[in-house]
Design a binder for this molecule. Sequence first.
Ligand code: PAF
Length: 284
Amino acid sequence: MQTATTLEVLRSAVAALRGEGKRLALVPTMGALHEGHLTLVREARQHADAVAVSIFVNPKQFGPNEDLDAYPRRMAADSALLEGEGVELLWAPTVEAMYPGGFATNVSVTGVSEGLCGASRPGHFDGVATVVLKLFNQVGPDLALFGEKDWQQLAVIRRMARDLDLTLPHVDAIIGVPTVREADGLALSSRNQYLSPEARAQAAALPQAMRETIAALRAGSAVAPTLATLEAHLLQAGFDSVDYATLADASSLVSLDALGDTPARLLVAARIGGTRLIDNMAVE
Ligand code: PAF
């Protein structure tokens, strides 16, 4: 695996892979890699001849009171994991390489980025869209893979790709990969490590309550009271607060007050022991 920390080295590594006629997949990450990321890498291999992974803790997507400084950074361990997966290229730029002095551009995707996590994390999705567009331009992949766990992020990136005509010539496909879960159903996340053992045990109530909610909705229960029951269940189980529990159209993320003909998604963000967990599941 070649590791590039400057754009110059990255571009010559990509050119070498392209020179061999390789179809290139990109897996963007912020490091602290877990099985969910490695699943993305393995899926990438199914679609491409070579896999590039980026590791960059993007300051632009963290709010002033968020966990940028505390966010886990484990480059040596991450690099070893990627070597083990046979990844061809690791792109690990510094903040200065990504955002040189004078950097002044912001990519803002309206609509789909505004509710849900966008409501409580102002600027977060601008930061995501800006860095992902830069990563696409830097690596020039044929396709890119993202976890479905960040469903709103995936919707924002797909919207940006459509709006900015990114599907040609560089990015043929933005592939969403299903969430990887622990045995008790908790979605894997780099932030799970912040949970105390007690909070970690209580956190399993989130996917469990979501499954019960989906079963109730499918059985015909009214949306608003069913979501209220979900929130109450989480608070009883030890969660400190629920940022949102929403039924939404799976692609526009417009909230729904009834199931209809188009795919719907249940999306939840809730806080436990100082950690904010998000999850989402298909309803139909
Ligand atoms: O999902 C993430 O890890 C990040 O939001 C991403 C897509 C790598 C952009 O920084």
